[in-house]
Write a protein that binds this ligand. Structure first.
Ligand code: UD1
Length: 334
């Protein structure tokens, strides 16, 4: 009988890859990914960091139940880390049905397989966006407000689906991790975020300005009620985020749990630009433009629950984040 496996749906992507390299036994990982937002070259990048075999990756669409079920027929899956899903907020507003179909079917299929193949443990990749527009710091006891886009809604509904499943499977262990803003890269420089096309997110855009791919950063709004007028976020190093998954993996507990994964520290757009310049010595030209539709003024975690209950705490500073992001960008350009 083969050893018990951890299945990562969407595991070849940005966050999944960093979780795989953080596992104490990366050979226990099976990745299911349809490569819609990554490519199989990611396997070679993983191999630069950990011992990893090509046959640990199964190219498959998690929303396709028949194809997805094949994995469970071949492997004894003990834990699923469910990351697969479309994730572009703007696109979700334009294509709501594609987002609801893909993201909700994927979660539904994950739960169906947990039920049929007696999977013991689930960790779900949720997002702080489920809180909706409310004031920071946000904590897990807050009532979720109406979300502002279909992407966020698929995360909120998925959380609810998992919670309802737990109610009738009291022996099951499930955790939704509400990510704040994952950024940065593995310190080796081999794996990191590879945006397709023009980056939507701040730090990947800054990286491309630094490498000369783009002339300057558009600062989306300088008229917020914050110390410097720019919006505030809780940027968390992707290695800290990966570590939170490992922490949950090592501390399974029956029932349903929700944790914020953030640093609890708010950083403005201009703070981040300054931190990047300080950490890398590269100047980032900026131009202030109008606010981006749908952006919150502030999104910062109260991260005390995961800290108190599991002892997890972020370790990387904003300068570490910028240094690692730049290191990765330089590796990519070479
Ligand atoms: C975005 C997603 C969110 C996701 C999160 C994960 C959107 C609208 N939201 O959140 O669902 O969970 O990433 O990391 O895509 N900014 C600029 N110039 C830029 C890019 C961004 O000034 O070129 C500003 C934004 O206005 C915002 C901040 O930087 O105030 C962070 O933006 P971003 O990195 O896109 O993250 P979020 O919008 O917080």
């Amino acid at each position: 009988m083969e050893t018990k496996k951890v299945l990562l749906t969407g595991g070849l992507g940005y966050i999944g890859s960093h979780i795989v390299v953080s596992l104490s036994d990366p050979s226990s990982a099976i990745i299911a990914d349809d490569c819609s937002n990554c490519d199989l070259k990611q396997i070679d990048r993983l191999k630069q960091v950990i011992p990893f075999e090509k046959n640990q990756v199964i190219v498959c669409d998690v929303a396709d139940l028949e194809a997805f079920e094949e994995i469970f027929k071949k492997h004894k899956i003990e834990t699923i880390i469910h990351l697969a899903g479309y994730k572009a907020v703007g696109e979700s507003v334009k294509q709501p049905l594609a987002y609801y179909t893909n993201n909700l079917n994927a979660t539904l299929n994950v739960l169906k397989m947990c039920n049929k193949y007696d999977v013991k443990h689930l960790i779900f990749s949720s997002s702080a966006t489920v809180y909706g527009p409310q004031s920071s710091p946000m904590d897990e006891s807050m009532t979720l407000l109406k979300t502002t886009n279909p992407y966020a809604e698929t995360k909120a509904i998925s959380e609810r689906m998992i919670e309802d499943y737990c109610l009738v499977h009291p022996e099951f262990s499930a955790t939704s991790l509400r990510y704040f803003n994952p950024v940065g890269a593995h310190p080796s420089g081999f794996i990191g975020e590879i945006p397709s096309g023009i980056p939507n997110n701040l730090l990947p855009y800054v990286q491309q300005v630094a490498s000369g791919k783009r002339p300057y950063l558009n600062v989306f709004g300088k008229d917020y009620e914050t110390k410097d007028g720019t919006a505030i976020r809780d940027y968390i190093h992707v290695m800290d985020l990966a570590d939170a998954h490992v922490c949950i993996l090592n501390n399974p507990k029956q029932g349903y749990r929700v944790y914020n994964v953030g640093t609890g520290v708010g950083t403005s757009v201009l703070d981040l630009v300054k931190a990047f310049e300080k950490a890398t010595g590269v100047k980032i030209p900026t131009e202030v433009t109008h606010r981006r539709a749908g952006d919150l003024q502030e999104s910062v975690a109260n991260a005390s629950k995961i800290n108190k209950e599991l002892g997890w705490k972020s370790r990387y500073s904003i300068e570490d984040i910028c240094k690692d992001a730049w290191n990765f960008e330089k590796h990519q350009s070479n």
